[in-house]
Design a protein around this ligand. Structure first.
Ligand code: ADP
Ligand code: MG
Length: 335
């Protein structure tokens, strides 16, 4: 099978033909129409076998996840995906792997009616690069730089499960069968928080997706916004599996510093807090108030007794001395 047979067999057959795609796979480049009043948001991520996934990983999950993490970046911007490109480096043409990969990828793409419009295919070490694009109404993109003192900090879903799955995979922690399944599902099939992000347009003051761990990613918001923050550990949303792990380990670090969660961390002005409380009650994944933005730079992490918590996990450099006040109450304008 040559390069063109491969593209035709596996990737030119998505069965989706969007109106805004003027030229798709088959020419030198794709041509896309952008509706008036909208802006295009573009993102890309590379996954390398051995670094981002094990060479023996389920190809369905590799296909799904390589698109899902790009969709998560679009979600973090408040954009809805409309299409993507796929660049593949393959050591060989392995039909079973390509079918699994294609199925996982197109399942998610079709769910959001995002069309594959091109890519590149080369022989080399196994690696996948996806470039996804989408639309946001002009001026409504959610950025990292809008957080202001007193804004409330929220996170969707739960944190730490993907990191817990990796620890379990390395035999560093034992988990019950059902917990193992739950955390591996979160690692292999992260759900991009797209509908939630759209609802946050005009409501959140800043937003990021949690790919490198909450401390690092919230740190990016703080840096971009020129502010600091205080978060409280026992407010962090944890899954039932993580809670059972926590009961034995008392380990917060996977939840605050583990990567691969693909939840949204966002800030909300006090004036929009009731809106968010109403929105999050409609979301299957939920969202949790975990802290508050402060003028003083740095991120202060407090434990359940109000004492400074010093994470063991490193690679994070926004950590400074804490201040001991409790968090302001939700909905309160008291501070
Ligand atoms: P060129 O040599 O002009 O870069 P290619 O031979 O690389 O073109 O690709 C031929 C066509 O197939 C192009 O439209 C390209 O976008 C598309 N394509 C190549 N690889 C993939 C892929 N993995 N998935 C989808 N489309 C692909
Ligand atoms: Mg090419």
């Amino acid at each position: 099978m040559n390069e063109f047979d491969l593209i035709r067999t596996y990737f030119a057959s998505q069965g989706l033909a969007r109106d805004d795609v003027a030229v798709s796979i088959g020419d030198d480049a794709a041509v896309i129409n952008i509706p008036a009043g909208m802006q295009q948001v573009v993102t890309t991520d590379v996954l390398v076998a051995g670094t981002h996934f094990l060479p023996g990983a389920n190809p369905d999950s590799v296909g799904y996840k390589s698109l899902a993490i790009n969709f998560s970046d679009l979600a973090a911007m408040g954009a809805i995906p409309t299409g993507f490109m796929l660049s593949l480096s393959l050591p060989e043409v392995n039909a079973a792997w390509l079918e699994g990969f294609r199925d996982g990828m197109f399942r998610l793409a079709n769910e959001y009616k995002a069309q594959l419009v091109g890519g590149d295919t080369v022989r080399g070490p196994l690696a996948v690069s996806v470039q996804a694009y989408g639309l946001v109404p002009e001026g409504e993109a959610l950025l990292r730089c809008g957080a202001k003192p007193r804004d409330r900090i929220y996170v969707t879903g739960v944190l730490g499960d993907a990191a817990l799955a990796l620890l379990n995979q390395r035999d560093e922690v034992w988990l019950e069968e059902k917990d193992q399944q739950a955390v591996f599902d979160r690692l292999s099939y992260p759900k991009p928080r797209l509908s939630e992000a759209v609802a946050l347009r005009g409501v959140a003051s800043s937003c990021i997706d949690v790919s490198d761990g909450l401390l690092a990613d919230l740190g990016h918001i703080l840096e971009a916004s020129g502010v600091g923050a205080r978060i409280v550990l026992d407010r962090l949303p944890l899954s039932a599996a993580y809670r059972r792990y926590f009961d034995q380990s008392h380990d917060w670090d996977l939840a605050i510093a583990g990567g691969d969660d693909y939840e949204l961390c966002f800030t909300v002005p006090v004036a929009n807090e009731l809106t968010v409380e109403r929105l999050k009650s409609q979301w299957a994944c939920g969202a949790t108030y975990i802290g508050v933005i402060e003028a003083e730079p740095g991120l202060r992490v407090l434990d359940e007794t109000g004492k400074a918590y010093d994470p063991q996990a490193k690679g994070y450099d926004h950590f400074t001395a804490p201040s001991p006040q409790p968090l302001p109450l939700r909905g309160g304008g008291e501070d």
